[in-house]
Write a protein that binds this ligand. Structure first.
Ligand code: ZN
Ligand code: ZN
Length: 96
């Protein structure tokens, strides 16, 4: 089950479980759409993977299966991102 982390790890923007601008990588590193696609150019700074929009969790499911409330550190590791970006910038996500 997805954690549904509560905020963007790039800028700190709150991303509730019904946010339509939350994006995640396969490890659930979580960023807002602006950070994921503009600042990071669809390369996760932590693993080099790509991002997909995070599905919403319906309100009726959230009482039994609540979103995570644990905020992760805000801040992009620029050196790590630069290394992954140099390696993957011209490689389709499915080929990484
Ligand atoms: Zn952000
Ligand atoms: Zn990642």
């Amino acid at each position: 089950m997805l954690e549904l982390r509560p905020s963007c790890e790039g800028c700190g923007k709150t991303l509730p479980p019904d946010a339509n601008d939350a994006m995640i990588c396969s490890f659930e590193c979580t960023f807002c759409e602006v950070c994921a696609l503009t600042a990071l150019r669809n390369v996760c700074p932590n693993c080099g993977g790509n991002f997909q929009h995070r599905p919403i969790r319906p309100a009726a499911m959230r009482q039994k299966h609540p979103a995570s409330s644990e905020r992760h550190a805000v801040g992009i590791d620029e050196a790590s991102h630069a290394a992954f970006f140099a390696r993957y910038r011209d490689i389709a996500a499915s080929e990484r």
